[in-house]
Design a protein around this ligand. Structure first.
Ligand SMILES: Nc1ncnc2c1ncn2[C@@H]1O[C@H](COP(=O)(O)OP(=O)(O)OP(=O)(O)O)[C@@H](O)[C@H]1O
Ligand SMILES: [Mg+2]
Length: 139
């Protein structure tokens, strides 16, 4: 699974637009895409809610009983909800938790796209810190 993180601390610069179009394009070409909406504003979730999977984005920052599932062609959305803001108020163990949960689910997807909030909190750090992955920093 390749992971693409869309991040910029500036708001309103096209992160979500890029994340959603990229996810859609990869799915249309036959890829299995995990789209994680790590922004509590939930704009990617509003657009892609039809593709909601069983695991939410907030749950990926906590110990989860089952790894994220999906695996069919197309998009599986790890949806945003308001509890995402608690992650940035919590401790840094959520960073490793997020990485472990992604690794546990990685065989089920070809590409993971992470839409991040316009701030450098724990959620963005967890996503950006994924070693050996490819980042797009929108301007
Ligand atoms: N390439 C583009 N050309 C014109 N308008 C665009 C383009 N990309 C995004 N927009 C518009 O800019 C606005 C902000 O885009 P978007 O929500 O993707 O930004 P964002 O960086 O995700 O914002 P936030 O930081 O609040 O999450 C939207 O109205 C979107 O339709
Ligand atoms: Mg956005």
């Amino acid at each position: 699974m390749k992971t693409i993180v869309i991040n910029n601390q500036k708001g309103g610069v096209g992160k979500t637009t890029l994340a959603v179009h990229l996810a859609w394009h990869i799915a249309e070409t036959g890829g299995r895409v995990l789209l994680i909406d790590a922004d509590a504003q939930g704009n990617a979730t509003d657009t892609m809610k039809r593709h909601r999977g069983e695991v939410t984005a907030a749950e990926l920052f906590r110990p989860v009983r089952a790894p994220v599932t999906g695996g069919a062609e197309g998009i599986t959305l790890a949806a945003s909800d308001s509890s995402l803001t608690d992650v940035d108020r919590g401790d840094a163990t959520s960073i490793q938790q997020f990485r472990d949960n992604l690794r546990a689910g990685s065989a089920a997807f070809d590409v993971c796209i992470i839409d991040t909030p316009p701030s450098l909190g724990l959620r963005s750090v967890a996503a950006l810190g994924l070693r050996g992955h490819f980042y797009i920093n929108t301007r």
